[in-house]
Design a protein around this ligand. Structure first.
Ligand SMILES: C[S@@+](CC[C@H](N)C(=O)[O-])C[C@H]1O[C@@H](n2cnc3c(N)ncnc32)[C@H](O)[C@@H]1O
Length: 198
């Protein structure tokens, strides 16, 4: 154990999501992380998983949402392939996804344009930082709620051997068109990973 890492004595996590900065950034989301959102945020009407990968997130959303529409820029064997969300024009009641790391801001801006009720994006907690975003989206379109994970999410590339745990903090960023007032900061209680084992 590295005593400098963590004052509460937790083990140092060993795995980082090595974002595929130039590429498609395909990292399926462990189901428990999507359950954590869906148990806390109701979505009324259809939900669009607009970067669906192999359907890891869509499969959980459909347990809670009326209907899920799934698409991805690439063909992952699930949903409609060849749809670039950043160029999309169809409006939908809700949008939920874990966007590619290198296009997170573009996904926020596009989802703000296309989601009629609510949209939720799984993003690094550090997305809150940054002078550029402070002057742009966090001024014009601040999230309604930020749900911080108290358990670390471990992302593995599809088919990779599973070992270690994540080193990056994530949160669900939710924009709710019916929300009034400033951004609410909330914490997801521990236990989702065990409850939905994975
Ligand atoms: C981090 S993975 C997440 C996959 C899935 N949302 C999940 O949570 O399991 C990001 C996905 O975004 C897709 N993607 C990348 N650029 C995209 C774009 N411009 N439009 C739609 N999908 C895109 C990738 O192919 C990849 O499947």
């Amino acid at each position: 154990m590295d005593p400098t890492y963590n004052l509460n004595g937790a083990f140092k996590p060993t795995v980082k999501r090595n974002a595929d900065l130039a590429g498609a950034d395909f990292f399926p989301t462990p189901p428990w992380a999507t359950h954590a959102l869906m148990e806390n945020e109701p979505f009324v009407g259809d939900t669009w998983e607009c970067a669906c990968g192999d359907g890891a997130m869509a499969g959980v959303i459909e347990k809670y949402s009326k209907r899920v529409i799934s698409s991805d820029l690439y063909d992952r064997g699930f949903g409609d392939a060849g749809i670039d969300f950043l160029q999309a024009e169809s409006k939908r009641p809700n949008i939920v996804t874990n966007p590619p790391y290198n296009a997170a801001q573009g996904f926020v801006e596009k989802a703000a344009e296309l989601a009629e009720n609510k949209f939720a994006l799984l993003l690094r907690l550090a997305f809150l930082e940054g002078a550029g975003r402070a002057k742009t989206i966090f001024t014009t379109t601040p999230p309604s709620r930020v749900w911080v994970f108290s358990e670390r999410i471990t992302f593995y590339p599809k088919g990779a051997r599973r070992a270690g745990s994540g080193t990056t903090a994530y949160a669900w960023f939710v924009w709710d068109k019916s929300h009034q007032g400033g951004t609410e900061l909330k914490w997801l209680q521990p236990g989702y990973r065990k409850k939905y084992a994975g």
